[in-house]
Design a protein around this ligand. Structure first.
Ligand code: GTP
Ligand code: ZN
Length: 216
């Protein structure tokens, strides 16, 4: 328990050092609270939380959990708005192979894979890096893959008002591989479209072709 008490000030230093934008999520009080619960959980699973190897584990887990859910502190629409530029380009813009790390809301186990996101500009383009940032902002929460897919689509559509948005996500779910049904190789693919990706079959086909080599 001594370990839990002394890290409040260390935490503050860390916040300042790592340039982490979501300072509030590294709130020492929250970390302390989560840590003490994990201390009890370690006991509940039959471990000795006071043995050397586990002394800092509750704190580490609390910090990891905060990192893995820091998307709650982000405003994805603001991320997009921060870099929108007027541009005449009106062909498809595709950012593919965006790494996704999220946690299923049912088991708090990871699901991970790739997202492919495309849009067709309607007078405005967005800074390319902002697309993976939006993916992260929604992925770093407790999620189901379907909602994650829809939220990314809706955010881009509502904020940028493009002629269409397409999102395809393919992930492996640890809750299906390391427990439960224990299928090691299954991959779940979800998709969500708006505008021209729905109304124009050729556009959707072009998008699917461009990402085809990445789908299993
Ligand atoms: N639709 C959807 N289901 C998910 C996702 N992640 C996990 N699940 C599923 O959520 C379901 C929860 O079902 P329950 O029967 O309540 O939980 P469970 O007894 O642990 O289920 P099993 O995993 O089949 O052992 C499971 O079928 C999981 O595979 C996701 O992103 N989308
Ligand atoms: Zn799950």
């Amino acid at each position: 328990m001594e370990e839990l008490k002394k890290f409040s000030s260390e935490m503050m230093e860390e916040n300042e050092m790592d340039g982490y934008q979501k300072i509030d999520r590294y709130n020492p009080e929250k970390i302390k609270d989560i840590s003490s619960k994990y201390y009890d959980i370690l006991k509940d699973i039959g471990e000795d939380p006071d043995r050397e190897g586990l002394l800092k584990t509750p704190e580490r887990v609390a910090k990891a959990l905060q990192y893995l859910t820091h998307g709650y502190d982000l405003k994805p629409d603001e991320i997009l708005k921060s870099a929108m530029f007027t541009e005449e380009y009106s062909q498809m813009v595709l950012v593919k192979d965006i790494e996704v790390y999220s946690m299923c809301e049912h088991h708090l186990l990871p699901f991970f894979g790739k997202a492919h996101v495309a849009y067709i500009p309607n007078g405005k383009v967005v800074g390319l890096s902002k697309i993976p940032r939006v993916v992260d902002a929604y992925a770093r929460r407790l999620q189901v893959q379907e909602r994650l897919t829809n939220e990314i689509r809706d955010c881009i559509q509502d904020t940028l008002s493009p002629l269409g948005v397409a999102v395809v996500i393919e992930c492996k779910h640890m809750c299906m591989s390391m427990r439960g049904i224990q299928k090691q190789n299954s991959v779940t693919t979800t998709s969500a479209f708006t505008g021209e990706f729905i109304s124009n079959e050729k556009t959707r086909f072009e998008f699917m072709q461009l990402i085809a080599s990445h789908l299993s």
